[in-house]
Design a protein around this ligand. Structure first.
Ligand code: PRX
Length: 662
């Protein structure tokens, strides 16, 4: 809460410099207002105009927005296009084939540059290899790869042949992979032997083998394509596993793109919701590409001479929109990096910005907070030890940025001259929703400011009625937008219930975040999730997913998971656990805690490991048996319990659960 209060009291305002405004793609508040007014006047016409101007269509669309099956909206009906054509061929045909598309820096610092011409050739060859494996339009392909040029190539190659990719973050476990393979009905997996992180080689392929053992007889997987990243030991199963290079090297460099309908599913990306089962968020081709392009041009102000760097992993939506698709569709030069921000030391980001002359840098508040700490401990890795003068714009994404971290980023990284775009969006939204435009919006630390032109963001109460500025409520979007989620793969009912709830009238898109608008200027501040979703280091985790993982351990009878504020990771995972046996103490408790943390790491992935685990003989429940999570949240924070506990069946349990690490 202290962070939100400090944003609400924030009165530092940073207007864009005249020099920035002058050269910006969207320049000045009047230009912003004119775009918003155009969308207000003729909503479908506004997006149609932009779709014609910013996307190359093989066949033009005949209708901008089809609302006949709302909330299953369709955009750009009749249009045919290919995303990989828009990202690659378009630039080569325009004579820009020799421009560098990707500067890849590996974990050990080796640099590889790939031009647009090279990238097109790599994508076409791999697309032909996929086709030779029998993969065709509409098939689902799981991509489980480390950060690499191959990761981008794999995604683009799927897009080229009309296969729908579903990238699974390399930090997820075999069990998570299993769930996604089955839910997506995937026919192939693209993976690597190992990944390189922080100087170590970490096996990746064994998780695929384990997942495929788990789904034996139930999955449609026919082939596993393995990119040799490190050359470490890697078991290959005959008849199923093939090496990337073996199936690709002799392929033709020409691969005619598959022209697909605007609504063709470009990808599924699994994300956490309020139940235990992750949701397969389905995105379209035409509408998604349009927003990826527009936001790259308008929010990031990307120009031909920029070097753009988004530090996300391709396993998350940020890596999809702002590594694989947006910057390439805009013909930019971008950085792709493998490894971690703290290896070989915590100066890696700053050194890379210096060496590659990065001009636009987009990262997460968690990374900033950890680098602040590192810089304070060791000035040699502080931004001031590097030449960061190439930077002209900074971005933040994934979680609220606290004003202190914002100021540090602004002054120490941006030298007080670079606007910061604090971009609010979600896996479901495809691209930025509420964000400053750097040549338009006066910035207030900690606020994501105003909606992207055309996005009808608002704050409502529990009946769906608008709340006045200054009062908190649910963040909603009032009208469909081109890059919105189309459905939850295989579960249209859950899509309707989760995002267009009847309580709010059934027509508003419910983001799942609480928010407030500044009483004076209407700026939005995000107050965090209103559902059982946590945000740990910008990674979205469902409390129910972690609870299910915990109770699947033979020692555990019952578990409840809540979040608590954490200085570094934003939120930390705190689990209250009832064991089947006696409640342990001292070293025995420590051993069980470690066992359960490792268990969750194996069930979901290391990012889901609870930071705190507390044992009780029971959990605080109402007489009807409902776990009182509100109380658990207070306990996790170490707050005094001031709530009325008279409805609790077992109030004495609170004392037991108060003891951290017990
Ligand atoms: O709670 C919001 C938070 O991250 C959630 C979306 O997570 P995910 O789908 O994983 O996508 C993250 C990358 C776009 C949101 O519901 N969030 C994201 N960006 C911000 C944010 N919270 C505050 N400020 C932001 N800029």
């Amino acid at each position: 809460m202290s962070q939100i209060e400090s944003v609400l009291q924030e009165n530092r305002v940073f207007a864009p410099s005249e020099a920035f405004v002058k050269q910006a793609t969207v320049s000045g508040m009047e230009a912003y207002q004119a775009l918003c007014a155009e969308a207000d006047r003729d909503y479908a016409g506004y997006w149609a105009r932009l779709a014609k101007e910013h996307v190359v269509w093989k066949e033009p669309f005949t209708q901008s927005l089809d609302e006949s099956e709302a909330p299953f909206y369709k955009w750009f009906t009749g249009g045919k296009l290919n995303v990989s054509y828009n990202c690659l061929d378009k630039h080569v045909e325009a004579g820009n084939g020799d421009k560098v598309a990707i500067i890849f820096e590996a974990d050990g610092g080796e640099v590889t540059k790939v031009t647009y011409k090279d990238l097109l050739s790599r994508v076409a060859k791999f697309a032909n290899a996929l086709k030779a494996q029998g993969i065709k339009k509409g098939d689902r392909v799981i991509i489980y790869l480390p950060m690499s040029i191959e990761g981008v190539v794999a995604m683009q190659a799927c897009a080229r042949i009309g296969a729908t990719h579903s990238v699974v973050f390399g930090g997820f476990s075999a069990k998570s992979l299993e769930e996604r393979i089955l839910d997506a009905g995937a026919v192939a997996i693209i993976t690597a032997d190992e990944q390189a992180r922080g100087g170590k080689h970490i096996p990746l392929k064994p998780a695929v083998d384990e997942a495929l053992d788990l789904v034996a007889g139930k999955s449609a997987i026919k082939s596993v394509i393995v990119y040799k990243r490190t050359g470490g030991a890697c078991a290959m199963k005959a008849g199923r596993d093939v090496w990337w290079h073996d199936i690709t090297d002799s392929q033709s460099e020409v691969c005619e793109p598959e022209w697909v309908d605007a609504e063709h599913p470009l990808f599924l990306l699994y994300t956490s919701g309020s139940t235990g089962k992750p949701k397969g968020v389905q995105h379209s081709t035409g509408g998604y590409l349009l927003h990826a392009v527009l936001t790259t041009k308008w929010t990031f102000d990307v120009k031909p001479n920029d070097v753009f760097w988004c530090t996300a992993d391709i396993g998350w939506v940020t890596g999809h929109t702002y590594i694989t698709y947006g910057p390439l569709a805009c013909g930019a030069t971008e950085i792709v990096f493998e490894g971690v921000p703290t290896y070989p030391d915590a100066g890696r980001f700053w050194k890379m910005i210096q060496e590659h002359k990065v001009s636009i840098f987009y990262t997460a508040p968690t990374a900033i907070r950890s680098l602040i700490k590192a810089a304070e401990a060791n000035p040699a890795v502080a931004p001031k030890s590097y030449d960061l003068s190439s930077l002209r714009l900074l971005g933040s994404v994934g979680e609220p940025i606290n004003p202190e971290a914002w100021m540090w980023y602004y002054e120490n990284v941006g030298g007080g001259r670079c606007p910061i775009v604090d971009t609010f969006w979600q896996t479901e939204t495809g691209g930025h929703m509420i964000t400053p435009l750097p040549g338009v919006t006066p910035l207030v630390p900690g606020s994501c400011t105003l909606p992207f032109p055309g996005i009808q963001a608002a704050i409502v109460d529990e009946t769906g009625a608008d709340v006045e500025w200054g009062k908190g409520g649910f963040l909603v979007v009032k009208k469909p937008w081109p890059s919105m989620i189309r459905t939850i793969w295989g579960d249209p009912e859950r899509f309707k219930k989760s995002y267009f709830p009847e309580d709010l009238g059934g027509t508003l898109y419910l983001a799942g975040d609480g928010a407030v608008r500044d009483a004076k200027n209407g700026y939005f501040t995000i107050m965090g999730r209103i559902d059982d979703v946590l945000n740990v280091s910008g990674h979205r985790m469902g409390t129910m997913e972690i609870e299910s993982a915990l109770v699947s351990n033979p020692l555990v009878a019952e578990a409840a998971v809540v979040g608590r504020p954490d200085d570094l990771t934003g939120e930390a995972i705190c689990a209250f656990v009832v064991l089947k046996g006696a409640r342990p103490n001292g070293d025995a408790a420590k051993a069980v805690i470690k066992e359960l943390q490792d268990w969750v790491g194996k069930e979901i992935g290391p990012i889901a490991k609870p930071k705190d685990i507390r044992f009780g003989e029971n959990l605080p429940k109402t007489r009807s048996g409902k776990i009182m999570r509100r109380l658990l949240r207070s306990l996790a924070k170490g707050e005094e319990i001031t709530q009325d506990v008279s409805t609790l069946e077992n109030p004495a349990i609170l004392d037991q659960l108060k003891q951290a690490g017990s």
